[in-house]
Design a protein around this ligand. Structure first.
Ligand SMILES: Cc1ncc(COP(=O)(O)O)c(C=O)c1O
Length: 406
């Protein structure tokens, strides 16, 4: 595959656009989605794109147009997914704190499933479905107590996490499901964490644990047709160009094999919910160097994009690869070491420390790579800063289109 995360022949055209902005390479998105479609069909796995990773309408429309389903975590995400072309029959809705209004939204739109996260929630869904005269299709999210080997803020399948129903509640859950008259229980949902790099080890374990739990509930007389194994496939933030399209082959193969070894007789529909792996690499945050500020022991590059535009570094200590798009061509041989920081009045507004870059100056354009997931969608107006708009590189990488969408 020949895609590069940032293709140099676009840079001249980007220079005239006011910064900061999110730059989306729709060609790379298309390539990524095509791989997902091809491989998921090969391995017989149904894919629901996790809208939370990036809810930009143009991105949603592209993904929906290729036939993927949606995984949502709020009523507004459900409406946004449906409004941008996802089919209700392929849309799932998870989340530990669904409001009554959100549950109603899901039910009246006839989505594929509400992924319920607790016993009290299932009781409420049963009641609301009864009032609406509908049957609620439900998967129950299970907390499988698995360590996903990832950052503590993005691990979700450990006993101490707030997500899903834990083992000590299984008996009560089976009893409740047997009693609900307006709930159509379809199966189980798992999501153990995000940015998982130990794909084989972690997802094989998830499959084994999932099948053990499936058997437990089947032994209690409950019928299971669907198993949703969540998202979590990680991407390479350090060297995005080595795998602009993440290893979906390895992930799907691990799941297909893991389910087979764990004794899946092939009668279940298997679902996954990738977010980050589909959209991370197609997005960059493009920012201008406002000032080169010499400090006592270091030199700061101060950018016009800040933590309000991309919060991952401040929130998780995440580090994104940064390239100086302007200096690449001007001063290839001269390098210097910088702390690259944003303008927001918080000490955590830091992109990189001790980073070697080509000699940089005021006005240079920097690209903060791999910013397509959990970037624009998590941006805020903190410090009353403007929201960064989106710019789309078209399919052949020649043209850019500036929109004012934020
Ligand atoms: C329930 C659920 N499904 C899917 C995802 C998507 O995860 P990722 O972006 O790591 O693929 C998340 C992310 O937190 C989630 O909470």
């Amino acid at each position: 595959m020949d895609w590069k995360v940032l293709r140099p022949y676009n840079i001249e055209k980007l220079k005239g656009i006011p910064t900061p902005f999110y730059l989306y390479d729709m060609g790379l998105l298309s390539e990524t989605v095509s791989e997902v479609v091809r491989l998921s069909s090969h391995y017989g796995i149904e894919v629901h794109y996790a809208v939370k990773a990036n809810a930009n309408p143009r991105i949603l429309q592209h993904i929906a147009s290729k036939g993927l389903g949606a995984d949502c975590v709020s009523g507004n995400e459900v409406l946004c997914a449906l409004g941008n072309g996802f089919l209700p029959s392929r849309t799932a809705f998870a989340g530990v704190g669904k409001t009554d209004k959100e549950i109603e939204t899901a039910l009246v739109n006839g989505i594929f499933a509400l992924n319920c996260e607790s016993i009290p929630e299932i009781a409420v869904v049963d009641e609301i479905a009864g009032k609406l005269g509908r049957k609620a299709d439900v998967l129950v999210r299970i907390n499988p107590d698995i360590d996903a080997h990832t950052h503590k803020y993005i691990t979700t399948g450990l006993e101490e996490n707030k997500f899903g129903v834990s083992k000590h509640d299984f008996e009560a859950l089976a009893e409740l499901l047997g009693r609900c008259t307006n709930v159509n229980f379809k199966g189980l949902h798992f999501h153990i964490g995000s940015q998982i790099m130990d794909v084989e080890e972690v997802f094989s374990l998830e499959c084994r644990r999932a099948m053990e739990i499936v058997r437990y509930f089947e032994d209690k007389g409950l019928k299971i047709t669907d198993i949703d194994l969540g998202g979590g496939l990680g991407v390479d933030y350090a060297e995005p160009d080595t795998a602009p399209v993440p290893d979906f082959e390895g992930w799907f193969r691990t799941i297909a094999k893991g389910m087979e070894i764990a004794g899946n007789p092939g009668r279940y529909r298997i679902h996954v919910e990738p977010g980050r792996s589909i959209v991370a690499q197609c997005g960059s945050l493009v920012t201008k160097v406002l000032y080169v500020k010499p400090g006592q022991n270091k030199t700061f590059l101060i950018t016009d994009a800040g933590m309000n535009d991309l919060i991952r570094p401040a929130l998780y200590g995440a580090r994104h690869k940064i390239v100086n798009m302007t200096a690449c061509s001007d001063h290839e041989d001269d390098t210097a070491v910088y702390d690259v920081v944003g303008p927001v009045c918080e000490s955590s507004d830091v992109w990189a420390e001790g980073l070697g870059l080509p000699f940089s100056k005021r006005g240079d354009l920097l690209a903060i790579l791999s910013a397509g997931a959990y970037g624009q969608v998590m941006s805020s107006r903190y410090n009353l800063r403007d929201l960064a708009p989106a710019v789309y590189m078209d399919w052949n990488g020649e043209e850019v289109e500036l929109t004012t969408e934020a």
